[in-house]
Each structure stands twice: as structure tokens, then as C-alpha cells.
Design a protein. Structure first.
Length: 269
């Protein structure tokens, strides 16, 4: 999920409210070499917005050296690594701007996308300012988008990825719950609206998983990894509303990338 450039006004509303034959006693596990190159596609959850330490070559996309694709590449030494994910990318943006990095030699593709397309920025703003009725209405509209236009956009994108990288293992990662219920936040949304937002994330993940599986891709769920580390938990791995860096709000921190997303990818790659 991301805070799109075109939605800066909406974002301002929020201000209101992962050796054989060696002596086992001394052996160290060597990184596994990945056949073919690795291309990391997607939105701000893949680029690392919110994790800090942004790369000079990708500051406009908020590409972080602490993002899970970078950490995975450092640990597994793929033949090549292309970090194409960008803050602000929806499914059509990935289709138009990021797939040029794929080829028949690509061995691994990772992707997070769909949160922006679903209108989650608007949903969060409505939940913050519109009360329970406004929150439920915004979530209902998002669900309609998820089931309709987003599903169609994902099918187009996934088909194009497979066409351009026919031999690649493609791992599509989902999104974590945003809120820890009955948590430490004294102010902000009531738990009923936080639960509604978490349910909307579950619905989004379910649709992404179905479309990914239909295309022969692997879906990696991260909700269990983030359990107990959502916003309002005692040790959150997601940023709450940050008035000094509003575009980083509701994004994983560096621990969210390394302890939440990275293990989820490592398990399936």
C-alpha cells in the first residue's frame, strides 16, 4: 500500500485524526546461489518506504537498503538483482514501468501490489474522519474495487510477468493487518473500526492470493509474521501516522522488513 503522489490532499486528512561434509560443530551455512537474476517489482511495501536509509538511486521511489528485496539479495547472491519497486505504484504502474527488467533469464520475481489500487488511503481517511458509518461505506467501496477492477488489473499484470519471465519463480506477497486490537493506543480509531480495516486487508489478501495462484505463482502471507507487531502493539513493525513523514505512515519499519517480510519470502523462495 502506498500514499500516491496524486493523493497528497487525502493524505493530509490523516493528520487529523527475513555445508555438506563439513564439521557440524564449525560449519557455517553458506548463502544459496540463485540461478538466474532476481527482479523485485511492486509498490511501497517492496520499495521499503517507511524503513529509512533510502538509496541515492531510488530516493524518488523511496527504495531502502533495508527493504526485504535488498536483504534477500544480499543473503542469497542471485546472478543479478534489479530493484524496480517504487513508492506510488499500482498494478497498472508496475505493468507500464517495471516489467522491462524481466527476461527469459530471470529466475525470481517478487511483488507486492494492490493496496493502492484498492483506495486504502481514502479508506483510512474516511475511517479517521467519517465515524463508523463513513468507515463502513469506504470499506464497502474498496471491496467492490478489489473484487472488480483490481482483480482484472492483477490478471493483466500477472499474465504479462509470466510472458516476459517464463522460467521465473514468482512470489506475490500480501499485506499485514494494520492494527493490533485492544492495544496500547489511547487515541485514534476505536477497535471496531480497526477490526474493519483488518478485515478489509484480509479480503484484499484473499483476492491477491486467488489471482496469483491461478497464474501459477506463489502467495506469501505475512499476517502471521506481523501478529503482535501491528500499530498499537507494544513493539510495532508498522508506522502510525507520522506528521513529519506522512507518506511513510502505515508502512513497515526496518524490523517489519527484516523480521516480517524477509522470513516470509525466504520460506517460499
Amino acid at each position: 500500500m502506498r500514499h500516491p503522489r496524486i493523493a497528497a490532499g487525502t493524505c493530509s486528512l490523516l493528520l487529523a485524526a527475513a555445508c555438506a561434509f563439513a564439521d557440524p560443530a564449525t560449519a557455517q551455512v553458506a548463502p544459496r546461489t540463485v540461478a538466474g537474476g532476481y527482479v523485485a517489482l511492486g509498490d511501497s511495501y517492496s520499495s521499503g518506504a517507511g524503513a529509512g536509509d533510502y538509496l541515492d538511486s531510488g530516493k524518488e521511489c523511496k527504495r531502502s537498503s533495508r527493504a526485504f528485496p535488498v536483504l534477500w539479495a544480499e543473503a542469497h547472491a542471485p546472478a543479478s538483482f534489479t530493484f524496480a519497486a517504487c513508492n506510488g505504484a499500482g498494478a497498472d504502474d508496475v505493468l507500464a514501468d517495471q516489467l522491462g527488467h524481466l527476461s527469459p533469464r530471470t529466475g525470481l520475481v517478487t511483488l507486492t501490489v494492490g493496496g493502492s489500487d484498492s483506495g486504502f488511503v481514502s479508506v483510512i481517511a474516511n475511517c479517521a474522519l467519517g465515524g463508523a458509518k463513513g468507515c463502513l461505506s469506504a470499506v464497502s467501496r474498496a471491496r467492490t474495487t478489489i473484487d472488480g477492477s483490481l482483480s482484472a488489473s492483477l490478471d493483466r499484470l500477472y499474465s504479462a510477468i509470466r510472458d516476459r519471465a517464463p522460467a521465473a519463480r514468482v512470489v506475490v506477497l500480501g499485506y499485514p493487518h494494520l492494527y493490533h486490537l485492544q492495544g496500547a493506543c489511547a487515541l485514534g480509531l476505536p477497535d471496531s473500526e480497526r477490526a474493519t480495516l483488518n478485515d478489509a486487508v484480509d479480503h484484499l489478501n484473499a483476492v491477491i492470493a486467488r489471482r496469483a495462484t491461478a497464474h501459477g505463482f506463489v502467495f506469501a502471507d505475512v499476517t502471521a509474521a506481523f501478529a503482535g507487531h501491528e500499530i498499537c502493539s507494544s513493539r510495532p513493525w508498522l508506522r502510525g501516522v507520522d506528521v513529519l513523514a506522512i507518506t511513510e505512515s502505515y508502512h513497515p519499519t526496518a524490523p517489519g522488513q527484516s523480521l516480517g517480510y524477509l522470513p516470509a519470502l525466504t520460506r517460499v523462495s
